[in-house]
Write a protein that binds this ligand. Structure first.
Ligand code: F6P
Length: 322
C-alpha cells in the first residue's frame, strides 16, 4: 500500500518525529510512504513524492515540519477535494496520515467520507485543544519555551518592580496560558474559558498583591480570539492606574524550537501506531493520549466541544501568588 503523510495548520514541534515514525513503520511493514507537501494545499496541487527512510534522517530533533504546512480554505470546496482525490488516485495512494489540529481532522473526516481515502489523524498543535486527547504534539515544547522566556522576564520585572503582561498563543483556548502561568509562578492569568476572566477581577487581584507587598507581577494573557489582547489590557491599565507596566507578546517563538523528549516520544508512538492501524485496515480514526495510555478515537469525535483548561489549575494561581 502507498501511504501519504501530510502536516497541516500551524506547525508544531514533534511533527517531524511523527513523520519519521510513520515512514519507517510503513517501510517495516512493506508499505511505501509518500510525502505530501504544504498540507491540503499541496494535496490540491499534486505536490507529492515518495518519502524514503533516509529522507527522515536527522529530523527527530528538529522543530517545524520537513513536509511544510499551510492553512487551506479551498479544501472546504467539494470540487477541490475531488481534484485532490484525483492526484492521490493517479499516484496509487490509498491512505493518508494527517498530522494537525481540529481543522485538519475535520477536513480528513469529510475527505474520507466523500472520496473513500482511508484517513488517520495524529494530533499536532501547540494549542492542546482537541477533544478526545489530553495531549497534542508541540504543546509540551511550547509550554517549556514560554516558561523559559517568562523566567527571563521575571528577572527584569523584579529588578524594576514592574508589572508585565505576557501574551501566549492559543486560538480560543487558555490551555497553554493556564499551564504556563502555573509553571512560571504568575500572579494572574487571563483566559477566555474562565468565569473570572474580567478586567475588574484582574485589577482587584493586582491590588491585593500590592497590599501584600508585591512590587512586581507577571500576568499571563491567552490570546484567545484577539491577538494583541495583552496590549489592549495594558493600555487600559496604564490609562486607569498610571502603572509602569510592559507588555510582551511571545508570538511565534512558541511554535519553533527543538521538540522536548515528551513530544518526540509521542510523535514516534503515534506515527508508528497510525500506520500499524492502517495496515490492519482501520480507517477514520485519530490517536491521542488519555491518562497516559495511547488511545484511538473516531475522526467524527473531533466535532465535539473543545476541552477546557482545568479550573482547578486556574484557581491555584491566586493561592500560590500570595
Ligand atoms: O493553532 C496554533 C496557533 O499557533 C494558535 O495558537 C495561533 O492562534 C495560530 O496558530 C496562529 O496562526 P498563524 O501562524 O497562521 O498566524
Amino acid at each position: 500500500m502507498k501511504i501519504g503523510v501530510l502536516t497541516s495548520g500551524g506547525d508544531a514541534p514533534g511533527m517531524n518525529a511523527a513523520i519519521r515514525a510513520a515512514v519507517r513503520q510503513a517501510d517495516a511493514l512493506g508499505h511505501e510512504a509518500w510525502g505530501i507537501y504544504r498540507g491540503y494545499q499541496g494535496l490540491l496541487e499534486g505536490d507529492l513524492a515518495p518519502l524514503p527512510n533516509r529522507a527522515c534522517a536527522n529530523i527527530l530533533q528538529r522543530g517545524g515540519t520537513i513536509l511544510q504546512t499551510a492553512r487551506c480554505p479551498q479544501f472546504h470546496d467539494p470540487a477541490q477535494r475531488a481534484i485532490a482525490a484525483g492526484h492521490l488516485k493517479r499516484a496509487g495512494i490509498e491512505a493518508l496520515v494527517v498530522i494537525g489540529g481540529d481543522g485538519s481532522f475535520r477536513a480528513a473526516e469529510v475527505f474520507q467520507r466523500e472520496q473513500g481515502v482511508a484517513c488517520a489523524g495524529i494530533p499536532g498543535t501547540i494549542d492542546n485543544d482537541l477533544s478526545g486527547t489530553e495531549r497534542t504534539l508541540g504543546f509540551d515544547t511550547a509550554l517549556n519555551t514560554a516558561v523559559e522566556a517568562i523566567d527571563r522576564i521575571r528577572d527584569t520585572a523584579s529588578s524594576h518592580g514592574r508589572l508585565f503582561l505576557i501574551e501566549v498563543m492559543g486560538r480560543s483556548s487558555g490551555m497553554l496560558a493556564v499551564h504556563t502561568a502555573v509553571a512560571c509562578g504568575a500572579e494572574a492569568v487571563l483566559y477566555p474559558e474562565s468565569p473570572e476572566d474580567s478586567y475588574e477581577n484582574l485589577v482587584s487581584q493586582l491590588n491585593a498583591n500590592w497590599l501584600r507587598g508585591k512590587r512586581s507581577s507577571i500576568v499571563v494573557v491567552a490570546e484567545g480570539d484577539t491577538v494583541g489582547r495583552a496590549v489592549a489590557v495594558g493600555e487600559r491599565l496604564k490609562r486607569d492606574h498610571d502603572l509602569d507596566l510592559r507588555v510582551v507578546v511571545l508570538g511565534h517563538i512558541q511554535r519553533g524550537g527543538s521538540p522536548t523528549a515528551t513530544d518526540r516520544i509521542w510523535g514516534s508512538r503515534w506515527g508508528a501506531e497510525a500506520v500499524r492501524r492502517l495496515d490492519k485496515g482501520e480507517r477514520g480514526f485519530y490517536l491521542g493520549e488519555v491518562a497516559g495510555a495511547l488511545v484511538a478515537q473516531p475522526l467524527s469525535r473531533v466535532l465535539e466541544a473543545q476541552p477546557v483548561p482545568p479550573g482547578e489549575l486556574g484557581r491555584l494561581i491566586s493561592v500560590l501568588a500570595r
